[in-house]
Design a protein around this ligand. Sequence first.
Ligand code: PA5
Length: 474
Amino acid sequence: MRWNNEMRDQMRVKLDYNNMMDTFVGDEGFTEKDFENSKALCNHAYEVVKANRGKGMMGWTELPYNQGEVVEDILQTAKEIRKNCENFVVLGIGGSALGPIAVFQALCHLHHNDLPKSKRKAPKFYVEDNVDPERMEALLDVINPEKTIFNVITKSGATSETMTQYLIIMDILKKRLGDKAASHMIATTSSAKGNLIKITKQEGLKTFYIPDSVGGRFSELCPVGLLPAAVLGIDIKLMLDGAKYMDKMCMRKDYKKNPAMMSALLQYLSINRGKNISVMMPYADSLKYIADWYCQLWGESLGKAVDKNGALVYAGQTPVKSLGVTDQHSQVQLYTEGPFDKVVTFLAVENYRSEVVISNGCEEFPDVNFLCGHTMNELITAERKATEYALTVKKRLNHTIYLPEVNAFTIGQLLFLFEMKTAFIGEMLNIDTYNQPGVEGGKNATYALLGRKGYEEKREELANAPAKNDKFVI
Ligand code: PA5
C-alpha cells in the first residue's frame, strides 16, 4: 500500500525549538532579532546548497529521486536472500556501517536475532564494524558461513578494517564452498575507484554501486543502507519517500519555515556562544543508534582545521550520544548543572509501537503504587518532559524533534533532515563538509605500519616519531 498525502502529513517530523529562545531560557537563549541578523547567512547557505545539489559530493541530495532501477535490483536480490539464507552479515565501518545499524535498530524488532525464524521473517542480522579478533571469532561461533550472505561495503575499496574482514571471510567461504563462495558475498563499492571493484570482477561477485558523489556518512539512502534494509523486510521505497517529503521542507527558502535550516542556525549560533557539545538524546531504544549515526555525520563533517579559504578555524561541535531515560541516571546531572557548553536535542516519539500497562501491586507502598495503572508509554513521555523542563529551568539550551511514530517514512525524514542540517551548517561555517583528512591520516598511518607499498615515507616518519618515555608509564 502506498501512502497518500494525508497519511504523509500525519507522519510529519517536527522541530520544536521553544527552549532555545530567551523567553524560556533567559539570556542563554536566542531572540527573534538574532534570527533576523542571521537572515543573510541562511540565504547564503540555502543558495549554495541549492546550487550544488547533485553535484560534487552532494549526490546524496538526489538519492530519493534517482534510484528507480537500483531499488528494483535491491528488492529482487533481497527477496532471494530472505528466501535462502539464515544470516546476513555486513562487513564495513564508519559510514558503511552506522546507517545500516541505525535503521535496523529503528525498524526491526528490538530482539530481532533472538526471535524464532517464523516470527523474524528475515535473516539474523550482524554488522561487523571492528577488527577486534575476539569479535570475529565470536561471530564465527554463532553463524554458519554456508547459510550466510555477507555484504562487504566500502566505498574506497581500500579500508584496512573492511578488507581484513573480507579476506578472512572469503578464505573461509572458499575453503568450505569452493566455486560457490562467490554466491555468498555481495559487494557494495565505488564503480570506479579502489581495489574492491577489481576484486568483485575477478571473483564474479554481485555488486551494488556507491555513487562517486555520495560520501560514506551520507550514504545510508543508497545501496549501502538500502540492501541491508530490504533484506530485513523494511519498506525502502517508503523510507526514500520520507526523505523526499523532508527534502521539500528543507528546500523552503523561508529559513523560519525550513526545519533543517532552522536547526542548523540554532546550532551555529550556539557554537558561537561556546556551546561546543551537541548531545543527541532519543527517548526510544529504537532510535539509540540514530544517535551514533548522527555523531559520525556531525563530527566528521564539521570537525575541520581549515575553512574553504584555507584559514585555520578548528571548526566543529563535539557530538555526544545519550539515551533517554537510561542516561537520565548517568549524564543528565552534568547536562543540568555542569558547564554551559551543550545543546541537547531530544528525539521524542509520540506513539510507540507497543503499549505496556504497569501492573497493579505494592498497595501498601503508595510511593510505588502510584505507578500502577499508568502505561510505560506515559512514564517515558513524562520523564522526557520532566528532563526537558529540568534543563530549561536551569537555562540549558534544548530542543525536541518529534516523530509521530517510528516507521520507514519517519526514519527517511529524520535521516534526510540531519543530512540537510549538516549541509547548511557546513556552509554557515564555510568549511568543506564532505572531506575527512583526519580520518585519511589515520588510515594512511595504518597502511604504513603494516608495510603497504607506497607508504614508505609515512613509515619512516612514524619510525622517527619521538619514542615514548617509560617515566610516564606507571
Ligand atoms: O564518512 C566517511 O567517508 C567515512 O567515515 C567512511 O565511511 C569510512 O571511513 C569507511 O570508508 P569506506 O566506505 O571507504 O570503507
